[in-house]
Design a protein around this ligand. Sequence first.
Ligand SMILES: C[S@@+](CC[C@H](N)C(=O)[O-])C[C@H]1O[C@@H](n2cnc3c(N)ncnc32)[C@H](O)[C@@H]1O
Length: 268
Amino acid sequence: MSNLELPPEVERFYSETIDESERLSIAADGRLELIRTQELLRRYLPPAPAKILDVGGGPGAHARWLVADGYEVDLVDPIARHVEQASRICRSSVGDARHLNAADHTYDVVLLLGPLYHLPDPADRRQALAEAHRVVSPGGLVAAAAINHYASLFEHAALAHLHTERMQASISEILRTAVYDGNRGFTLAYFHRAEELADELRRSGLAGVTVFGIEGPAWALLKAVEQRDPVALDDALFKSSLTAARLAEPYPELLAASSHLLAIGMAH
Ligand SMILES: C[S@@+](CC[C@H](N)C(=O)[O-])C[C@H]1O[C@@H](n2cnc3c(N)ncnc32)[C@H](O)[C@@H]1O
């Protein structure tokens, strides 16, 4: 039986260390993540109005455009600050992906764009996916994002951090264990391989599971360049990175190059 408490380092990270409301709008790699997540989800979403539960929806970066597209969105997140920020966009409440308050089959779509990042115990991820499946209607969609197993390797190589022994040790440990302990910088996190994410969705009973690379192969380059110069949306490097993510889509071997993965499955 897993413990439903949020790890204190995750609570602290989102309540005090960072302001999650800016993550997808300020940095170029965040904007790339937002644009690609939007275009991938829009391919699958039923026509509006439909009912969407955004689990781990944070301050509502996705709820905002979904509401603008005409969807009825409810958001659940364990961080009180996120719930308050999201309440300006949609109905929002404090809750945990592993135990949803919603009744069975009440949503057309359930989004898990964040909870799996912070559930290193496979039993917790199983429970979160089982809950998503329980509350979605037959024929509805579950979309779950994950951080890629190799994301920290690409990121810290591009940011020129890997030459220090401390960073080499830290990244080697993530590659070996798929877990970051949340000691410094980021927080407690789990790093998925694409096939593992697909298997987790299939084992929760979802059908027709497909996994996409969200940002494609150039996100770390974008992030590194932005350390020196801002990269605007109309910058050739941004457009080129977005094009690379789209061109990479048909090639499963390139899933490993994205920072995040998005898996989509159907309830039946
Ligand atoms: C990186 S943020 C993503 C927020 C938003 N979904 C997005 O894509 O911009 C990860 C989110 O997962 C939430 N989270 C962490 N553990 C969770 C859990 N056990 N259940 C639900 N949400 C959780 C965090 O509070 C945070 O809002």
